[in-house]
Every structure is written in C-alpha cells, then in structure tokens.
Design a protein around this ligand. Structure first.
Ligand code: GRF
Length: 209
C-alpha cells in the first residue's frame, strides 16, 4: 500500500494526541525541512487543554477536539472523529499518544494508513501501561513499536521497533522518558521513510519502499 503522495507533493499527515505532544513536536520539527517528504496538516484530540493542542496552535495548524462524553455513544464519537480527520485528506494518520481506541468507521476509512506509537516492544505489554508493565515484569530490554492499527489493542502489523535498556534504578517515569526519546526518533525516521518510499503490507510484514 504505497502512500499516494507524488514527488511534487509531500504526504499529508493528520496527528491525533491526548497529552504532552512531544512526538507531535518531533514530527513538526522534522517536517520543517522540505526534504522530509511529509507535512502535518491538522491535529486532533480527545480532550481540551493539552500541550499537544497548544503545540499545534503555535505551529498555526488547524485543530479539532472530540470528547467521547459529548456523544450519544462511542459509535457517534467514532463517526465524528472519522469525518474530521477525513476533511483534512490525510495520506497517513498518526496516533501519537492518542489514548483512545478508534472504532469500525475510522478503521474502514483509514485502515492500512493509520499508525500508532506504543511504548513497549510488541507483542509484549500491550495496553495503556507499557512502561509500568515492563518494569513490573523485570525485563532487561523494552522499547517502542510503530504499528499499523487494526481492530485489536496494539496488535497490528509492525512498521518499526526500537530497543531501550532497563536500568536497575529505573522508575516508571524515568523508563518512559527514555523510551520516549527512542520513540520520537523512531517515529520521525519511519514516517519520513514511509512518505518518501511508500510501503507494502503482506502477511503482517511491512516493508518500506
Ligand atoms: C508516548 O510514549 C506514547 O507511546 C504513549 O504516550 C506517550 C505520548 O507522549 N501512548 P507525547 O504526548 O507524544 O509526549
């Protein structure tokens, strides 16, 4: 599934956030260079008042917020999110610390081009507490995973991974911060490569260019 970007036009990225938005910022910084091959065209969130949205506003980007609690049910929220993302005509949608699972409408619209960054080495430690679960298990190496989102929780085809060593004196916070350094580099490098080279997915194997 190559990204339908041409050499003349950079790939259009819509980024979804729920928090600090440091992964978003890394993409914004990388995309400032035209050679990167992709630009962030809009940022969406599931909550107000977060630094991720402030970063987008400082960058002059359009933003949208859909809070689950403002909708009749999860399906209506999913439809609204799908509509808002689609309005920006993305080539790739990036969940960068977006703490919600999307539904069938969203996956029907963006499946195969919706990636999520997860702070653990999949398939270990899926879910909301990757760094804490890795620390509690006592692993010596953990890391981060960029994958194409499917119906499961952190189960989709893996695009990239990066390993991070666990230190004896790590806390959840110190480990997560170190993972996030690796995560930002992985995200920037991989999204740029996907945009410039395209990619294929076959039997769960994602290959760039
Ligand atoms: C990242 O570690 C992401 O994988 C996790 O939440 C963190 C988001 O960080 N789900 P930020 O908002 O990009 O700073």
């Amino acid at each position: 599934m190559p990204i339908p970007s041409s050499e003349a036009a950079p790939a259009r990225l819509v980024v979804l956030v729920s928090g600090a938005g440091t992964n978003l910022q890394a993409l914004l910084d990388a995309a400032a260079d035209p050679a990167y091959g992709a630009v962030v065209v809009a940022v969406g969130a599931d909550r107000d008042g977060i630094e991720g949205l402030a970063r987008a506003e400082r960058a002059g980007l359009p933003t949208f917020v859909h809070r689950v609690k403002d909708f009749e049910d999860r399906a209506a929220w999913d439809r609204a999110l799908t509509r808002s993302v689609a309005a920006h005509r993305p080539d790739v949608v990036i969940s960068a610390g977006f703490m919600k699972l999307v539904g069938p409408d969203f996956l029907a619209a963006f499946g195969g081009r919706f990636v999520n960054t997860h702070p653990a080495l999949s398939p270990s430690f899926p879910g909301m507490h990757g760094p804490a679960d890795a620390l509690a298990h006592g692993v010596k190496v953990t890391g981060c995973t960029l994958f194409l989102v499917d119906e499961g929780v952190d189960t989709g085809p893996i695009v990239a991974q990066s390993a991070v060593e666990v230190a004896d004196d790590d806390t959840v916070a110190s480990l997560h911060e170190r993972i996030k350094v690796a995560e930002r580099a992985m995200l920037v490098d991989t999204i740029g490569a996907m945009a410039r080279r395209g990619y294929t997915i076959e039997d769960r194997k994602v290959r760039l260019g």
